[in-house]
Design a protein around this ligand. Sequence first.
Ligand SMILES: Nc1ncnc2c1ncn2[C@@H]1O[C@H](COP(=O)(O)OP(=O)(O)OP(=O)(O)O)[C@@H](O)[C@H]1O
Ligand SMILES: O=C(O)c1ccc[n+]([C@@H]2O[C@H](COP(=O)([O-])O)[C@@H](O)[C@H]2O)c1
Length: 186
Amino acid sequence: MIYGGQFNPIHIGHMLVASESYQFVQPDEFLFLPSYQSPLKEHNESYLIESERVNMLELAIKDLQFGVVDRRELNRKGTSYTFDTIKEIQSEYPEHQIYFIIGTDQYENLNKWKNIDELKEMLIFVVVNREVDRQDVHEGMLALHIPRIDVSSTDIRNRCKNRQSIKMLVTPRIETYIKRGRLYEN
Ligand SMILES: Nc1ncnc2c1ncn2[C@@H]1O[C@H](COP(=O)(O)OP(=O)(O)OP(=O)(O)O)[C@@H](O)[C@H]1O
Ligand SMILES: O=C(O)c1ccc[n+]([C@@H]2O[C@H](COP(=O)([O-])O)[C@@H](O)[C@H]2O)c1
């Protein structure tokens, strides 16, 4: 099972998504896949170097007690097309059924993804509701209904910039990491 995103930073919304999906599918492996450049999002001035995003993912994994970080998109650089990544992973794990987790916003964008028709044949999308109470999906995908946590990484970055609290929106370890490093402050 794979959870891709910018994770800039990973917040409690992401962590609930990961936890609920993990319990729902009970996969053999759970990979967090930080993107180098998300195809449909712009880099901005508060974009973080990869090592900080990975360190925060590792701190989240300590609390979740499952999962590993897959660095292949960071190593590959360029635009992180999921199709390219899944081709590679499929050749490494030919026997595995691949699940890929997305929220409502990416579900609504799917028609803009690279080679989406082929990609749909290669994996099963697990779709979680985001900023809606539930999300219905097309045939061949799994809809997972989770408690709503309407928080985004953009909110966290803005709060840091404005010197507002991020307590309880990220874990205590990650809050400390962000504060110590003065991340996202300018
Ligand atoms: N609060 C949330 N609830 C449900 N799904 C979420 C939530 N936050 C992110 N996701 C999903 O997690 C994936 C990765 O999201 P991403 O790391 O880009 O976070 P983001 O909060 O949307 O970031 P940003 O605000 O920087 O655009 C996407 O599929 C997204 O739909
Ligand atoms: O492959 C694509 O065309 C594509 C388009 C948009 C998003 N994705 C992937 O979907 C995941 C979530 O994206 P984002 O922008 O919400 O962080 C991340 O792994 C992206 O690489 C992939």
